[in-house]
Design a protein around this ligand. Structure first.
Ligand SMILES: *Cc1c(COP(=O)(O)O)cnc(C)c1O
Length: 363
């Protein structure tokens, strides 16, 4: 008998572990482990989703034309250069499989989003992780790591899980220092939360460079993580590639309808950003008052640093015993940290109170 085996690189992939949502024996769970928006799904999206029930026998529009038109209108972008995906994870996978593969290298920063590494290995790429400076991507380090086989650089900006924002001038310098045959993927999953006035999530660079792609998602501020809906803005040459490899019906009909409706929800983004600014600042202040270091965050989450892995584990256990689920960071090599999503005001208050009680008993 010959053993059935996939390509060898498949076994270098550690299966992705998502944020937990259950604790045995605990009734009320507060899930702050997946950066889902604080307000649930937009009401208009819920209605659109329900209305789709009677149409589920129909195939979706394979080109997601109405959705791309809505995204283009909302963000001021050409719908012809937008591709939608079953979550932005799917689009990242298409890009990495198309431009990477055996014999190529993918570069990411040391604590960049873990999907780049997993998908890079899936594609057969060698994945290089470049050390950061104070948990911020280091442009000079990335440029120094580029070799003849480098084909893709992935940068989440703001980054998850660190929350770090690389200034647009630095992103521009990165692009300028990369060869033309290297695809720069700017993952702007948290772009809507950024309040820096000169922030370019990537669209200007996409327009100027011809070899840069910006990915976005409906999973975070738009509260549709369960629908699986993402999109990317890209130059025509990458559109041509995507149209060859994309599953013909990769975005389901309910997700298309919900996405369009979410964009139409009046004031949703402004309300979410205002809430995030207020409660992120309050949570940071509360934790810092307890002597817990918090890394500067531009997303809807914070990275709380307990100094040692032991203390972070103890804090995690303390929170879990109270039904509060946050994200342990061992998989990112940040075992001394916990990532905490900005939830409702009540949820943030409960986390702050629980950590105050933890600090008291822990000394
Ligand atoms: C959540 C997240 C995504 C994934 O988004 P989906 O659209 O749900 O696949 C991508 N990148 C980063 C940095 C994220 O945090």
């Amino acid at each position: 008998m010959n053993a059935l085996l996939p390509r060898p690189s498949i076994f270098s992939i550690e299966p992705y572990v998502g944020g937990e949502s259950k604790i045995p024996g605990v009734n009320r769970i507060i899930k702050l482990s997946s950066n889902e928006g604080a307000f649930g799904p937009p009401p208009a999206a819920q209605e659109a989703y329900a209305a789709m029930a009677k149409e589920l026998h129909r195939y979706p529009d394979g080109n997601a034309t109405a959705l791309r038109t809505a995204i283009g209108g909302y963000f001021g972008l050409d719908p012809a250069r937008i591709v939608c995906g079953n979550g932005s994870d799917e689009l990242l996978a298409y890009l990495i499989l198309a431009y990477g593969g055996e014999g190529t290298e993918l570069i990411m920063s040391a604590h960049g989003f873990v999907m780049y590494e997993l998908t890079g290995h899936y594609a057969g790429c060698r994945v290089l992780k470049v050390p950061e400076k104070n948990l911020v991507a280091d442009v000079d380090g990335i440029l120094a790591a580029v070799g003849p086989r480098t084909r893709i650089v992935c940068l989440a900006n703001p980054n998850n899980p660190t929350g770090a924002l690389l200034p647009s001038s630095e992103v521009r310098r990165l692009r300028a220092g990369l060869r033309g045959d290297i695809l720069l993927v700017l993952d702007a999953a948290y772009a809507e939360y950024v309040t820096e006035p000169d922030f370019d999530p990537g669209e200007k660079l996409v327009d100027e460079s011809g070899n840069t792609v910006m990915t976005r998602t409906f999973s975070k501020i738009f509260g549709l993580g369960g629908m699986r809906l993402g999109w990317a803005y890209m130059p025509q040459q990458v559109i041509d590639v995507m149209s060859r490899i994309r599953g013909p019906f990769n975005v389901n009909a309910a997700a298309q309808a919900a996405g369009i409706a979410a964009l139409s929800e009046k004031g949703w983004v402004a309300k979410s950003v205002a809430h995030n600014n207020e409660w992120r600042a309050k949570l940071v202040a509360a934790l810092e008052a307890l002597g817990i270091k918090v890394w500067p965050s531009h997303g809807n989450f914070i990275l709380a640093d307990f100094g040692t892995g032991e203390r972070a584990k103890a804090a995690d256990a303390f929170l879990r015993a109270r039904g509060l689920i946050v994200r342990a960071m061992g998989a990112y090599g940040l075992g001394q940290c916990l990532r905490i999503t900005i939830g409702t005001g009540e949820e943030c208050t409960l986390v702050a109170e629980a950590l105050a009680a933890f600090a008291k008993q822990d000394g």
